[in-house]
Design a protein around this ligand. Structure first.
Ligand code: HEM
Length: 431
């Protein structure tokens, strides 16, 4: 899509009634305005159409109404109640890195990042890890299957009727034959357990069950189930990709790696028995610039976010777009635009975020989308990315097994990189 825009300009017709738009005004005129989401989103009602949720709801007003019951849980101070549980998972993750470091064997970080982010999302949403890190394996092939789910959603969203016929119906849900096994089972059991003890911990589910208690007129237990599915589905691959992008680009820029380590040492965050806290990691401007740049140069969502032009039509860059046209804004396309970012748009350059122009650039930085439909989980992502990257850079040296090897990736609604094995070594303390 990036190459097509390079060759043919701001507007690429990608279906009979759909345009991919790369014009700099697209963020403001498409994502930041209250245009209806395209029908593709209706597939997000998983496992079937009874489980409507904010993402599957295309009408902006109804979407905002649905989100209202769920959003208070996502504020930072609530989320930080799960920080100790995230720390426990990062300790487990480090014990795997230490094992590979000790035996000198290469590690596929994509797998271990996926275990870590799945276990973290379990903790944040319903105070339960899925146990991937404890076992050091993809229990029941769940993560592999979720990749199939990711591909299915990206494609079948365009064939809603076929999806309903094949799997998106209550009969198939009742049969219980879909391959989400371990994740859905753990999630459903947790909702059931928690309904007996709403106050077990201050996690997202406790907020949602309390909202259900207070507003049973505008919410049902199915809304809670849908929110749990949705957050688990949206909250692991994405953060894992962000972590991969950070490490992959930083090990190719060793001076940036060292500069972050120096920043951490300079801030006195030297105790290797502790995981760097979110509060401390936030105070490291160069680390934050590197995370921001990793999400820009290769962010987790490479698919267009489609909206429908209202009946009055829309002008973008002087081009008239008739009412009913589907217009989509692809974060990868916007993030690679030389018109927006300059000639080094396709290079990893964290310094751009420390320049005077960074505030102007921020409005084109859309890894989490933008506007009324943007990612509600971005604070969770920021907490995880800040803590995990700071701890890894402080504690490890990482090298590609084959310096010339580029990663490979599978791109659906989210993109999942793989095949870039590395050696990890414990860093000498304070260097
Ligand atoms: C770096 C990590 C992440 C990125 C880049 C990301 C990006 C996105 C994007 C682009 C969307 C769709 C916006 C649209 O349709 O216009 C989205 C939606 C969503 N994300 Fe994230 N996300 C991340 C992490 C998370 C996490 C950690 C969670 C929760 C645990 C989460 C939960 C959700 C949910 C529930 C939706 C659908 C919400 C709605 O439409 O109201 N995301 N995310």
């Amino acid at each position: 899509m990036i190459q097509l825009h390079d060759r043919h300009g701001h507007f690429i017709r990608i279906a009979h009634n759909e345009l991919s738009v790369s014009h700099p005004d697209a963020v403001k005129k498409i994502l930041l305005s209250p245009l209806r989401k395209a029908d593709w989103y209706t597939i997000i009602a998983f496992p079937d159409g009874r489980y409507q949720n904010p993402m599957s709801t295309t009408d902006p007003k109804k979407k905002i109404e649905r989100s209202k019951n769920l959003v208070p849980g996502y504020n930072i101070s609530n989320l930080l109640q799960s920080e100790a549980a995230i720390d426990d998972n990062i300790h487990l993750f480090r014990s795997w890195l230490d094992k590979f470091s000790a035996n000198g064997q290469p590690i596929n970080l994509d797998q271990y990042f996926a275990y870590l982010t799945n276990d973290n999302v379990g903790e944040v949403v319903f105070s339960k890890s899925f146990g991937f890190l404890r076992e050091g394996k993809d229990i029941g092939n769940t993560i592999q299957n979720s990749l199939g789910h990711n591909a299915y959603v990206a494609i079948m969203g365009f064939y809603g009727w076929l999806h309903t016929l094949l799997v998106g119906n209550s009969f198939v849900t009742w049969l219980g034959i879909m391959p989400y096994g371990h994740i859905i089972e753990t999630a459903m059991n947790s909702v059931k357990d928690r309904q007996r003890n709403v106050d077990a911990r201050f996690d997202l589910m406790s907020h949602w069950l309390r909202a259900l208690d207070e507003h049973s007129d505008r919410m049902s237990v199915r809304d809670v189930h849908a929110a749990v599915f949705n957050n688990i589905a949206a909250g692991a691959d994405t953060v894992a990709c962000g972590l991969q992008s950070f490490v992959y680009h930083m090990i190719r820029h060793p001076t940036a790696w060292q500069r972050v380590r120096d920043e951490i040492i300079g801030a006195g965050l030297l105790d290797e028995n502790t995981i760097v806290s979110f509060t401390d990691a936030q105070k490291l401007p160069y680390l934050q610039a590197c995370i921001t740049e990793a999400l820009r140069v290769f962010g987790p969502v490479p698919m267009g976010l489609p909206r429908v032009v209202g009946p009055e039509g829309l002008y973008i860059g002087g081009k008239p777009l008739p009412g009913g046209t589907i217009v989509s804004v692809n974060p990868h396309v916007i993030h690679q635009s030389k018109e927006i970012w300059g000639p080094d748009a396709r290079e990893f350059n964290p310094e751009r975020w420390l320049s005077e122009d960074s505030a102007k650039m921020q409005k084109y930085w859309i890894p989490f989308g933008a506007g009324y439909a943007s990612c509600p989980g971005q604070n969770i992502a920021r907490i995880e990315l800040s803590k995990i990257t700071a701890t890894i850079v402080r504690d490890y040296d990482i090298h590609l097994v084959d310096k010339a090897q580029e990663w490979k990736y599978k791109a659906y609604f989210t993109v999942v990189p793989h095949s870039w094995p590395v050696y990890v070594n414990r860093a000498k303390s304070g260097q």
